[in-house]
Design a protein around this ligand. Structure first.
Ligand code: SF4
Ligand code: SF4
Length: 205
């Protein structure tokens, strides 16, 4: 004789629950798989984070490697920084100024007193608000007195200071050794007033 069925037992409903149980089991397994995968991914991510954190503590800070301006950041060999210009060699031929596509080189010169020939360059200003560091002014120079230098620290605090007159700078700054000389850098940054003033156009008659 079969045991009596418990109160509220419904044989039809019990049969219908079997596929539901399998579905729930599969869902639970998928959920567990997702949890394991998420935990593993999180662990890998945290490992990378911790490794980077430890490395950043071990290596020196950037400012410990390069202490500006005494130990400046090295630049690439073909870096085009501010120009190097040698006033003592320049003959004032204007070829660089004519080659400049944005007309940002202003040369002031006077006739050399006889018996000397040629010109005396009294001003050689480059407007760095216009210069695009294309180096087209370098090639035409017949005496190789202008180059693109590796100097990047003739910065100023005003737009007027962006017009740099190389004829008025200390020679070591003009010849691109300013970053080796903090005093010269300091001096060059004091050039904050207009160093070149456009002369008035002659009145048209
Ligand atoms: S680098 Fe180019 S834009 Fe600058 S002064 Fe020379 S020619 Fe002109
Ligand atoms: S091309 Fe050379 S020599 Fe002629 S003005 Fe320019 S820097 Fe001076």
């Amino acid at each position: 004789m079969e045991p009596p069925e418990p109160a509220g037992y419904n044989a039809d409903a019990n049969e219908r629950e079997t596929p539901n149980s399998e579905f729930e089991t599969r869902t639970m397994r998928a959920w567990l798989r997702n949890v394991v995968r998420a935990t593993a991914t999180l662990g890998r991510g945290m490992h990378v984070t911790l490794r980077t954190l430890v490395q950043s503590f071990r290596r020196k800070a950037f400012t410990q490697h390069f202490e500006y301006p005494e130990r400046p950041v090295p630049v690439r060999p073909r870096y085009r920084g501010f120009h190097r210009y040698d006033l003592t060699t320049c003959i004032g031929c204007d070829k660089c100024a004519r080659a400049c596509p944005v007309d940002c080189i202003y040369i002031a010169k006077e006739k050399a007193p006889p018996p000397a020939k040629g010109f005396v360059v009294t001003g050689f200003a480059i407007d760095y608000t216009k210069c695009m560091f294309c180096a087209l002014c370098v090639d035409p120079c017949p005496v190789d007195c202008i180059f693109m230098g590796s100097n990047h620290d003739i910065s100023t605090y005003t737009r007027d200071g962006c017009v740099v007159d190389y004829a008025k700078l200390p020679l070591e700054v003009a010849w691109g050794q300013a970053s080796l000389s903090p005093t010269a850098v300091h001096e060059s940054k004091r050039v904050a007033l207009p160093v070149w003033t456009k002369t008035a156009e002659p009145a048209k008659t």
